[in-house]
Structures are given as structure tokens and as C-alpha cells.
Design a protein around this ligand. Structure first.
Ligand code: SF4
Ligand code: SF4
Ligand code: SF4
Length: 200
């Protein structure tokens, strides 16, 4: 009973009402250490796609062909988390949003990205869909599509002797076509990004 009384007494204090009715919150501003969304600098995009490869936010950036035949990165603000990695990684400085790292040429800081292909043998049916659909495999061995396997040791992966073997993961561009084509969810593509700084 006493606690109810104290509770009501608290609400009767003019000080409380003043604070409640005239409460002020600071205006919403981005902290100075936040970057803005990346914007185009006007430098020519050479279609290396490093920005798309490094972007951690799905659907945030896409490199598209313009009506006059140039390549141009497009930022989708609803997905972009303003991390700035695309800005850092572009060798041609096509994008800007304020840099945290010095430019690559100045301190030789860069990112290395590679892909790891994981195959779950318990799910893989050895159907070859992934290796036939892979656009890099298509270039290395055009006959793979007819034979559903390859005699070339240069392909990224192939089904041979009833086993899907990954031969050259370093040639993977991370397009995920294999992942999308697999009917059983047996193959996944993981991106690995490492920072690299030349000591010289
Ligand atoms: S700033 Fe980050 S999240 Fe936004 S597009 Fe660039 S890499 Fe992707
Ligand atoms: S991610 Fe693309 S390039 Fe890499 S193995 Fe799969 S289909 Fe080939
Ligand atoms: S598409 Fe899937 S099931 Fe078929 S060989 Fe490739 S990983 Fe195995």
C-alpha cells in the first residue's frame, strides 16, 4: 500500500511533469567517423568487380553496363551498410566516401579475396550439374557440357570415378552458379577476404 502511495506521489511532482512534457532528444546525426554512401568519382570503371566481391552486404552493389557501353557501380542504399570496403578495394578509385586507409599506391594496402568450395559428400549425387554450369569450367573445357566430366586437370571441379573433386579453387570467381545449380544443396561457396600490406 505504501509503495502505491509513493508511486502516485512521484507523478504529482511538477518537476516530473515538466521533464515528461518538455523532454528533448538530440537531433539524429551521423557520427563524424561514419562514412557516407559511396559515390562515383568519375574515374573509369575497368570492370574488375572487386567491389562486388568484397561487399559484405548482399545486394548492396552491382556493376552494370550503362546505355553508352561503360561499366558503372550502382549502390543500393537500402542494403549498403557504409563500410567503405568497396572504396578501399577499387584499384581505379571509381568510388569515394572518405577513406580510412591510405590509397593502395601510397602504403600498398590491399585486400585479397579468394573463394573456398565446400562439398558435402553425403548430399552430393555426382550429377555434374555444378561443374557443367560453372562459367569458368566452360571456358577451360567446352567439351565438359557434352561429357558431364572432363579429362582436363585444369578445370575447377569435375565428377570423375563417381566423385566430385575440386581441382583448382583458386580459379573460382565466386559467382555461385554451382551453388544455385546444385539440386541438393551439396556445394557452397565461401568468400575469404584478407588484408595485405606490403612491408617494402
Ligand atoms: S560501402 Fe560496404 S556495404 Fe556499401 S556497397 Fe560498399 S562494400 Fe557494400
Ligand atoms: S562459384 Fe562460379 S566460378 Fe566458382 S566454382 Fe562455382 S560456378 Fe565456378
Ligand atoms: S550439382 Fe550438387 S549434387 Fe550434383 S555433382 Fe555438384 S555438388 Fe554434387
Amino acid at each position: 500500500m505504501l509503495s502505491v502511495f509513493c508511486y502516485i506521489k512521484e507523478f504529482l511532482r511538477p518537476e516530473w511533469w515538466k521533464k515528461f512534457l518538455f523532454a528533448k532528444t538530440p537531433p539524429l546525426t551521423s557520427p563524424s567517423y561514419f562514412r557516407d554512401y559511396p559515390h562515383l568519382t568519375g574515374n573509369e570503371c575497368t570492370h574488375e568487380l572487386r567491389c562486388m566481391m568484397i561487399c559484405p552486404s548482399p545486394g548492396a552493389i552491382e556493376v552494370l553496363k550503362t546505355d553508352d557501353g561503360r561499366w558503372e557501380p550502382v549502390i543500393y542504399k537500402g542494403h549498403c551498410i557504409r563500410c567503405g570496403l568497396c572504396v578501399e578495394v577499387c584499384p581505379d578509385n571509381v568510388l569515394a566516401s572518405g577513406r580510412i586507409l591510405e590509397q593502395n599506391e601510397t602504403d600498398r594496402t590491399s585486400y585479397l579475396s579468394s573463394y573456398r568450395l565446400n562439398v558435402d559428400d553425403s548430399l552430393c549425387m555426382r550429377c555434374s550439374n555444378c561443374s557443367v554450369a560453372c562459367p569458368i569450367n566452360k571456358v577451360i573445357d567446352p567439351n565438359l557440357a557434352y561429357n558431364a566430366t572432363s579429362s582436363s586437370d585444369d578445370v575447377i571441379m569435375r565428377v570423375k570415378n563417381s566423385k566430385l573433386t575440386i581441382l583448382h579453387p583458386e580459379k573460382c570467381t565466386g559467382c555461385k552458379t554451382c551453388e544455385k545449380t546444385c539440386p541438393n544443396g551439396a556445394i557452397t561457396v565461401a568468400r575469404i577476404v584478407e588484408g595485405d600490406q606490403d612491408e617494402e
